[in-house]
Ligand binder design. Structure first.
Ligand code: SF4
Length: 273
């Protein structure tokens, strides 16, 4: 990607975690491109081709404000790592012009702490993925064998900036981290390592969102592992592990989402009820 921000779409998205979605949706901006190359990417039209429109920081700030006008619960910046300097300028401009909702930085978790430092004080909620602990899986599936080293370092920097979760009004989230983990077929052991790491490092000061929605795209339909959805048994093993090690703050997706639908359906009460 070039230095200037590009985005493919922006709208109020109703299917994020319930603490972000609220009644009118999360004001989501999908940036073009990605710094990972996941072979199972559902958004390859945006992440691989660079599809989208160039946007100056002023224009981006206007988009944030128009989403807020449409009652967005927050501004949700998806995969913007390539454009952090422009995003920083856009947030500063938008705040000066009346942006008051929280700003969410939503990413694949493959960041650099130095880049994230440019956003210090501007992001209310970080929502990174933690995709793999295994070097082998990260190399084969996302072309980033050093993924876990960078995910750990970037999540540490995100937590340094926001601190523990701060709830907002009406069940919404005001500040903190949601770390997402998409359970992949055949990788239950890796999921457990990630959950253990997150819980040993951050306890219940972060939300952990354990996702079951993996759905093979046509390009991996013949892959020996990634060519199928996860089974209910695989997902159940991961959830039971999360509960056994004491994860209390988080979200799960219903069995139906894993079986039938790409659209997530969050368990509103979190892992423990
Ligand atoms: S991090 Fe997300 S957007 Fe980027 S390639 Fe992987 S699945 Fe696609």
């Amino acid at each position: 990607m070039g230095a200037g921000a590009r985005a493919a779409k922006a709208y109020n998205h109703m299917w994020e975690e319930p603490v972000l979605t609220g009644s009118c949706g999360s004001g989501t901006v999908f940036f073009s491109g990605c710094n990972l190359r996941c072979i199972f990417c559902q958004n390859s039209g945006i992440s691989r081709t660079g599809f989208g429109e160039p946007l100056t920081p002023d224009r981006l700030a206007d988009i944030f404000l128009s989403l807020q006008e449409k009652k967005a619960s927050n501004i949700n910046l998806v995969t913007g790592v390539m454009f952090i300097p422009d995003i920083r300028d856009a947030i500063i401009i938008a705040r000066k012009n009346g942006l008051f909702v929280p700003v969410v930085y939503n990413s694949g978790g493959y960041e650099s702490p130095d880049a994230l430092k440019l956003l210090d004080g501007l992001i209310d909620i970080y929502m990174p993925d933690f995709k793999y602990m295994s070097e082998e899986a990260a190399g084969k599936y996302s072309a980033a064998p050093d993924y876990s080293t960078h995910a750990k370092a970037s999540i540490a920097e995100m937590f340094r900036q926001t601190g523990p979760v701060v709830p907002g009004e009406n069940g919404m989230m005001k500040k903190g981290l949601i770390v997402r983990h998409l359970v992949l077929p055949g990788l239950v052991k890796d999921s457990k390592k990630i959950l253990r790491y997150l819980h040993e490092t951050y306890g219940n000061d972060i939300y952990v969102s354990i996702m079951s929605q993996y759905t093979p795209v046509p390009s991996v339909k013949d892959h020996p592992l990634l060519g199928r959805k996860i089974t209910a048994e695989e997902y159940d093993r991961v959830l039971k592990f999360a509960e056994a090690i004491g994860i209390e703050n988080g979200f799960t997706q219903t069995g139906e989402a894993a079986e039938e639908s790409f659209i997530p359906s969050w368990d509103l009460d979190g892992i423990k009820q």
